[in-house]
Design a protein around this ligand. Sequence first.
Ligand SMILES: [Cu+2]
Length: 152
Amino acid sequence: MSKSKKHKERGKKQNNKTALMSILFVLIIIAIFGSAVYILMSKTASLEPVDKDAIKMTVTMAGFDPGIIRAQAGEPVTINLINPDNSHHTDGGGFHNFILTAGLSSVNITVPPLSQKVFTFTPTQPGEYHWYCDICCGGKENPSMHGTLIVA
Ligand SMILES: [Cu+2]
């Protein structure tokens, strides 16, 4: 084999290697984008309220939305509580809860990150009742993690 032919062979091999690496690179990019799209899609799907007749409420580090709900004494209240926070939140790990005790049978619901819970309770006496989250940002002491139930 002449010197120049050897040189050419080596060049060809290197070209093959580069082509293979490019294909691998493209495949990896497709895989990453594919899973990113899948994760985004599955997230939004799971955060649509599962109970359309319930009161839709979201809870994040910013508080409860809505922060005030109205009900009638003796009539059941059903809340579809959605937690769009992910587990990367350092404070509370993305968990939130809904605790309502005063004057009612105790309600204590914990919603893991990126999930939702539907729960029902029946207020018996008219009045104003207070609920809160006890997990994130100092829990009960955090002024944003509160809400008011007004029972007529
Ligand atoms: Cu919270």
